[in-house]
Design a protein around this ligand. Sequence first.
Ligand SMILES: *Cc1c(COP(=O)(O)O)cnc(C)c1O
Length: 219
Amino acid sequence: MGIRENVKVILSELPKDVILVAAIKQRTTQEILEAIEAGIKVVGDNYVQEAERKYEVIGNRVKWHFIGYPQRNKVRKLVKFIDMIETVDSVEFAQEIEKRCASLNKTMPVLIEVNSGREAQKAGVLQEDVEGIIKQIAKYPHIKVQGLMTMGPRFGNPEDARPYFMETRRIFEEIKSLDIPNVEMKYLSMGMSNSYKIAIEEGANVIRIGTLIFGERKD
Ligand SMILES: *Cc1c(COP(=O)(O)O)cnc(C)c1O
């Protein structure tokens, strides 16, 4: 099947309140436009320069999420056109976003990335640190924490990812119940091509899908 059909099939099976983010790393502008014509409303990229180049062509006909780890000196460029950063995992990163958004007089919605698998090489905040980090970031006037994101460990069998999604959901509800000022726990971004159905069962309302829309990547 082609990109168009892939998007239509996924969208037709999604619950209405779930946002599909098309993960566009390494995809051409042509491929992305095809996905947009089929109904994609939000795209997510991992690389600042790549995203910026695509944004110049595609513009605001979709929302732009960032799902990568930018070098500090690229954050200034990033916040100019990005609508949400899903991968905030340190106060330092947030501080840089705050500084750059303040000078643009813009407020950036962010998700806090949780390292739910406690994997040494993975980005994200450990579960016991999530509350503390959110409380610190909540003080920044140009940032709005709107939820959590997790990747979870990669498994051949997506069912194995379920406990990590459940755990992230638990933290999400816990933080929500705290009613922290300037924090609005609204989005839970979990699940990729192989695991999104399980993520939705466990409460995800944002899913990030690349392969299932565009086919296998070269990496
Ligand atoms: C690439 C990527 C995805 C999509 O992965 P697929 O397995 O291709 O669906 C989702 N989230 C992040 C953060 C990514 O980098």
